[in-house]
Design a protein around this ligand. Structure first.
Ligand code: NAD
Length: 290
């Protein structure tokens, strides 16, 4: 039997509805207009598309959105000074530095991300937020893995007591996913490029998360019948063709539920960025927006 398809649009709309309600409370009850500023350095065309999509999504939900466009030649000091201004600006609740950075400053990426006020760090990449997530404290959580958890919750898929296997251990997806699933009481295994007998491990998974960056890497033989398969991968295999890390057509015949690519997890990321902007306000003002 074919798997339930977990459509990203459906869950992104639910997350956005939650955010919209919070925006209203922030405005009506606290007289706060939520503000997100995205800094983009240089002319990377893909980054420009992402930033534009983020800007449009903010406008849709009543979040004030600024884009600070800096030239390709921006120095580390100039970028740090821009971040410092935004940290001090009380009308800005969320700050995001669009990655990747141009070559001359890419080596300083960690230092640049650490310069963002942790309470305004809507990407959830600051070491303070990474650490707080690890010890189960309230924090700003990376958008993509957090979106996956929200989607499971909205879809009514229970996590507690399940065996979850993550393929990929990046700081952006795999590691935060580990902490989030553990916090929901799953028994979690993290696999990576040096893992031996990978398929033996993935076949044990009730929930399998693929965050590898290799087209159609997860085959049907690697999936337990009925498992929930979350495909985080986005791989361009031709000019207009995106595929995930999972061999969708084959795996959907084995899995119980599966996210498509495109149209799956990717749809949740921007919704979670808006969610984090409102979460940032809650942290900065020590309030609860419902
Ligand atoms: P990454 O390159 O930082 O990490 C890839 C991970 O896969 C590594 O930990 C590596 O150990 C593991 N890996 C590589 N080859 C492997 C193998 N043969 N067997 C087992 N593990 C292997 O990538 P990332 O930033 O975590 O991104 C992963 C994928 O998710 C990419 O396709 C990326 O484009 C996509 N992504 C999507 C979103 C979204 O919004 N949907 C957000 C972030 C990343």
């Amino acid at each position: 039997m074919s798997a339930q398809i977990l459509e990203g649009n459906v869950y992104a709309a639910q997350i956005k509805a939650e955010v919209k309600a919070k925006v209203q409370i922030a405005k009506d009850t606290y007289k706060i207009i939520p503000g997100l500023t995205v800094i983009i350095v240089g002319e990377n065309p893909a980054s420009k598309v992402y930033v534009n999509n983020k800007h449009k999504a903010c406008e849709e939900l009543g979040i004030s959105s600024e884009v600070v466009s800096l030239p390709e030649t921006t120095t580390k000091e100039e970028l740090l000074s821009e971040i410092d201004k935004l940290n001090k600006n009380t009308a800005v609740h969320g700050i995001l530095v669009q990655l990747p950075l141009p070559q001359q400053i890419s080596d300083y990426e960690a230092e640049i991300l650490e310069a963002i006020d942790p309470k305004k760090d809507v990407d959830g990449f600051h070491p303070v937020n990474v650490g707080r997530l690890g010890i189960g404290k309230d924090s700003l959580v990376p958008c993509t893995p957090h979106g996956c958890i929200k989607m499971l919750e909205f879809a009514g898929i229970s996590i507690e007591g399940k065996k979850a296997v993550i393929i990929g251990r990046s700081n952006i997806v795999g590691k935060p996913m580990f902490h989030l699933l553990l916090a929901k009481n799953a028994t979690v295994t993290v696999c990576h490029s040096r893992t031996k007998d990978l398929a033996d491990i993935t076949r044990e998974a009730d929930i399998l998360v693929a965050a590898i960056g290799k087209p159609r890497f997860v085959t049907s033989e690697m999936v337990k019948p009925g498992a929930v398969v979350i495909d985080v991968g986005i791989n361009r295999i031709a000019e207009k063709k995106l595929v995930g890390d999972v061999d969708f057509d084959a795996v959907k015949e084995v899995a119980g539920a599966i996210t498509p690519v495109p149209g799956g997890v990717g749809k949740l990321t921007i919704a979670m960025l808006l969610y984090n902007t409102l979460k940032a306000i809650e942290l900065q003002y020590n309030i609860n927006l419902g």
